[in-house]
Design a protein around this ligand. Structure first.
Ligand code: NAP
Length: 255
């Protein structure tokens, strides 16, 4: 019997999880992407692209496609899709698991200023002109137009369009992972004195945090949004094991 699984993705972990699950011949895995990235990396499994039309739309999709397990492996700041997933699972009775990568914790030497939103991060930079590294992706970069006195270095996977209405901004296109040594060189080259970051967790984008610590640079850290409370695992391997177990409970193996 084939088990139909829908993974809500857009993250490296979602792609890795899909890769692991497709090794099982009895799993039929589809990965769902929002369609924000112009040239997403190859995912290695069947992909559907674009919004569902809210929780109701996702619920309809789950029923239409006879999905038996929904996996929320979206980015921790993609709060709307996670809320929709929990609601669609509730409406349809389809079980849901989430991949919830733990956030970073500050350690001795870190100079973090915690804020609740990107707009608040822009205010937290203060009035005096600074050299700011924006590493929050392109979607909310325009929030910094409210603080045009700073000089910005803005890194994103896709180009920021339109460009920010600020006098001084340098744009950098790059896709992680970003090792600490490279991040340190980048911060030094641009004379950065503040880094704005989301608390993504994981290794791939931690380099800038470690580099800022080493250089004594302030990090304005945007806190994670609240996410729905659904059964979850912290790593791809843990979640893959949970999914295996879900479809093959020990009692049914008939050893
Ligand atoms: N790799 C990264 O570093 C990174 C960083 C940020 C975001 N992301 C990914 O980019 C996507 C969009 O983020 P966002 O900030 O726009 O999220 P969001 O605010 O939570 O979602 C906005 C809307 O986009 C649609 N959507 C989001 N993720 C989707 C998915 N996987 N499949 C189908 N539709 C999806 C949904 O539309 P409908 O309501 O119409 O269904 C959702 O309501 C997420 O999947 C997230 O995981 C990745």
């Amino acid at each position: 019997m084939t088990h139909r699984i829908l993974i809500l993705g857009g993250t490296t972990e979602a792609r890795q999880l899909a890769g692991k699950l497709t090794r099982r011949a009895d799993f039929s895995v589809t990965l769902s992407l929002a369609g924000r990235t112009e040239s997403p990396v190859a995912q290695g499994v069947p992909v559907r692209v674009g919004g569902f039309g809210g929780a109701d739309g996702m619920a309809a999709y789950l029923e239409q496609e006879h999905i038996q397990l929904l996996i929320d492996a979206t980015h921790p700041y993609a709060a709307r899709i996670s809320a929709n997933a929990a609601e669609a699972a509730r409406q349809t009775g389809v079980p849901i698991f989430a991949l919830r990568r733990p956030g970073w914790e500050s350690v001795v030497g870190d100079r973090w200023t915690l804020v609740d939103s990107v707009a608040e991060a822009a205010r937290a930079l203060g009035t005096a002109p600074r050299r700011v590294f924006l590493a929050i992706g392109r979607q909310e970069a325009d929030a910094f137009e409210t603080a045009p006195q700073h000089r910005y270095l803005i890194r994103s996977v896709d180009p920021v369009e339109p460009k920010l209405a600020v006098p001084e901004a340098v744009y950098l296109l790059a896709r992680g992972p970003f090792p600490e040594a490279d991040e340190r060189a980048l911060l030094e080259k641009h004379g950065i004195d503040a880094v704005v970051s989301k608390n993504s967790g994981g290794e791939a984008t931690y380099g800038k945090i470690a580099a800022a610590r080493a250089l004594g640079i302030e990090v304005i850290m945007v806190r994670r949004p609240p996410l729905p409370d659904v059964p979850s695992a912290e790593t791809v391997d843990q979640l893959a094991a949970k999914i295996d177990h879900f479809f093959d409970p020990v009692a049914e193996r008939g050893v």
